[in-house]
Every structure is written in structure tokens, then in C-alpha cells.
Ligand binder design. Structure first.
Ligand SMILES: Cc1ncc(COP(=O)(O)O)c(C=O)c1O
Length: 361
């Protein structure tokens, strides 16, 4: 079967997910929540099924109103999507023609470059700085008359670092004809957002997800926030029923009962993550802390560290490219990270004394 020009040359976007068996491993490799959603979510899902509502096609209005309150936007400024992956894809398909340029600072979450390749757009890739900070000046310099989209992932995966709101504002104002997509998948962990500017800047789009803090990655629900006219255009691309009602039902219950996921976020950010940072610092292991529920760790021997963790029941995510000597560590509860530290301490004590490196800022 003949496929569209360019598609054959692209490799599939296939995260290394199939070998994970959650009963066997502590999963610190995909920045998921390590706890399941709380009982209100399970009760809502059961109620939905028991009421016989699975037979009906999805209707989103009530949830859109609820999500508009959570995001301090209006229902018409929201596009629901089958994961924020789909929200990102729909936005990119809406703005990119073959041969257009898209600025994606690297390293970055892989879906962006993948969709650009599928659309036949050209990726311009300024590099994150050696301290992992957002390469603002390089992004400004990368914009040309062919640029249709600037991607700002904040906090970025895998660096964990954010772009300053003032930097985003400069991009929005200096390039009013270029879409600026701000990926806030980890918003709940940082509390930082530029969503308040939706409506003020027609070229701003924010994407978010229920996969991370809300622990609903398996149900696939994300969304894009943007100018109502732009969101109307996106509806022409997304299928009318792409988001399933179990996802909507679970997300609605999560927003109505935020106690458990908010407590999880607090535990991760104020107790578990600082505890791991202290541990790594004390053991002379370099790391980049970032601002989200994960961090980049640079052991003396990344392959040996990964293998030791895996053999002892913990999965982390080895990196590629300029950060290939690091692994990304998702941070879970205090108990999870205690387990990580116990296993990692055994690895460190078995290693020949590594050269001591200062923790990165
Ligand atoms: C920065 C970033 N954006 C988007 C996503 C996609 O999340 P989902 O498609 O599950 O909503 C991820 C997932 O890891 C991510 O790290």
C-alpha cells in the first residue's frame, strides 16, 4: 500500500512501554503518578457504567463548563483531546504546512518533532543551555519568516526547567503571526501557568493533561486552551467523539474531589523530591532538579545504574542525545523514593569510588 510522501522515512512514535509490568517494577520511568486515582474516581466510573451510559455517544458540555472553572477560561476556549498528545497533534496540524518551520528547543518531549516530521515541517532545534535552562535568546534568533509555530514546554521533559512568563510574553508580542504552544503537562506540580493570557493573545495555545498529577494516563484525556476562534478551527480536525466518556467521568470526579491528588502533589514536591535531592547531593551524584515531578540524574556510569535499578525492581528512563549520560527519574511518594534510595545506595557502595561531582544547579 502506498502511503503519503515522507511517511515511509519516519520511524514510528513508539515509547518503550511494552516491557513494563507494574506488579514487578516500581515505575519511575514515565512521570506517571505512583498512586492510583482515589475512591471517588472509581465510584464515578462504576456509577457511569451501572447507569447504562456506555451505550451513548459522548457529550462534553457539562464537563467543559467544569474544566473552564478549573482553568479560569471559558468552555469555548477549550478543546478536549485523547491525551495531550492528541491536543498537540491537532494544534500542529492546524498551523503547519509542508515546508513551514517550527522551533522546538531540544532536548524535548518527542511527540513535537514526530508530528512535525509527519506534517513535512522543518524542525529548528536550538539547544537547552548546559545548565538546562530555556534557550530564550536562541529561540528568538531561530525565528524566520517561515516560522509558523514556537514550542515552549514548561516545565520541559526531560530537563524539568521552565520558561519565564516574561519570555513567553515576549515571544507572543514579538511574533504575533506565529503560534506559541506552551505545554503545561506538569502544571499541577509547578502551579505556574500562562493560561491567564488566553483571550489576550490570539497566538497563545496552552496544552495540559490528566495523565500526570491526576493519575489518569490510561484513560487518555488532555486539552488545549486557546482563543475561541482558534479552538473552533481545531474542532474541524479532532473527531467529534475522540474523547471517551469514562475519561471525562473520571476527570470530572477528580476536579470535584481534589483532596487526594493535591495531597500527592504536595508530598512529591515538598517531601519526596527534596529528600532525593539531599541523598544525591550527599553521595556526590550530579543531577538537574528542574521544577516538576521528575529529575535528570547523571551517574558515573548510566548503563550500570539503569541495569542495577532494573534488576532490583525499579524502572527509570535512560536518555538520548546530549543528555545520553543521564537517566530521568520520576518522583513518587516518600515510600517510593525511600525504596529508590535504598537500592541506589547499594549501587553506589558497590562502585569504585566515583570522582565527586558537585550537584548541578
Ligand atoms: C511535556 C509533555 N507533554 C505532553 C505529554 C503527553 O501526555 P499525555 O498524552 O498523556 O496527555 C507528556 C507525557 O509524558 C509530556 O511529558
Amino acid at each position: 500500500m502506498k502511503v503519503r510522501r515522507g511517511i515511509q522515512d519516519i520511524t514510528a512514535y513508539a515509547p518503550p512501554i511494552e516491557q513494563r509490568v507494574e506488579q514487578e517494577y516500581l515505575l519511575l520511568d514515565f512521570n506517571e503518578s505512583t498512586l492510583p486515582p482515589d475512591r471517588h474516581v472509581a465510584a464515578a466510573l462504576k456509577g457511569f457504567i451501572d447507569a447504562g451510559r456506555l451505550r451513548m455517544y459522548p457529550a462534553y458540555r457539562r464537563f467543559l463548563e467544569r474544566l473552564a472553572r478549573y482553568t479560569a477560561t471559558q468552555a469555548g476556549q477549550i478543546l478536549l483531546a485523547n491525551g495531550s498528545d492528541q491536543a498537540i497533534e491537532v494544534v500542529m496540524r492546524a498551523v503547519l504546512d509542508r515546508g513551514d518551520e517550527v522551533v522546538i528547543p531540544q532536548p524535548a518531549f518527542a511527540i513535537f518533532a514526530h508530528v512535525a516530521d509527519v506534517e513535512g515541517a522543518r524542525v529548528i532545534a536550538p539547544r537547552y543551555r548546559p545548565d538546562m535552562s530555556f534557550p530564550f535568546e536562541e529561540v528568538l534568533a531561530a525565528v524566520t519568516p517561515r516560522t509558523r509555530l514556537i514550542v515552549v514546554i514548561s516545565p520541559n521533559n526531560p530537563t524539568g526547567t521552565t520558561a519565564a512568563p516574561e519570555q513567553v510574553r515576549t515571544l507572543l508580542e514579538r511574533f504575533p503571526d506565529v503560534a506559541v504552544l506552551v505545554d503545561e503537562a506538569y502544571y499541577e506540580f509547578t502551579g505556574k501557568t500562562v493560561a491567564a493570557w488566553i483571550g489576550r493573545y490570539p497566538n497563545l495555545v496552552v496544552t495540559r493533561t490528566f495523565s500526570k498529577a491526576f493519575a489518569l494516563a490510561g484513560l487518555r484525556l488532555g486539552y488545549a486552551l486557546g482563543d475561541a476562534a482558534f479552538i473552533g478551527e481545531l474542532h474541524k480536525i479532532r473527531g467529534p467523539y475522540d474523547v471517551n466518556m469514562l475519561a471525562v467521568c473520571a476527570a470530572e470526579a477528580s476536579l470535584e474531589h481534589p483532596e487526594a491528588w493535591r495531597a500527592y502533589v504536595r508530598e512529591v514536591m515538598t517531601r519526596a523530591k527534596p529528600m532525593v535531592e539531599r541523598f544525591l547531593t550527599e553521595h556526590g551524584v550530579a543531577f538537574f532538579q528542574g521544577e516538576a515531578n521528575f529529575m535528570l540524574v547523571r551517574p558515573a556510569d548510566v548503563d550500570a545504574a539503569y541495569e542495577h535499578l532494573r534488576r532490583n525492581g525499579i524502572l527509570v528512563r535512560p536518555q538520548r542525545g546530549v543528555v545520553a549520560d543521564m537517566f530521568r527519574l520520576s518522583v513518587g511518594t516518600v515510600a517510593d523514593m525511600q525504596r529508590f534510595m535504598d537500592v541506589y545506595a547499594r549501587f553506589l557502595s558497590a562502585q569504585p569510588a566515583p570522582p565527586r561531582r558537585a550537584a548541578a544547579p
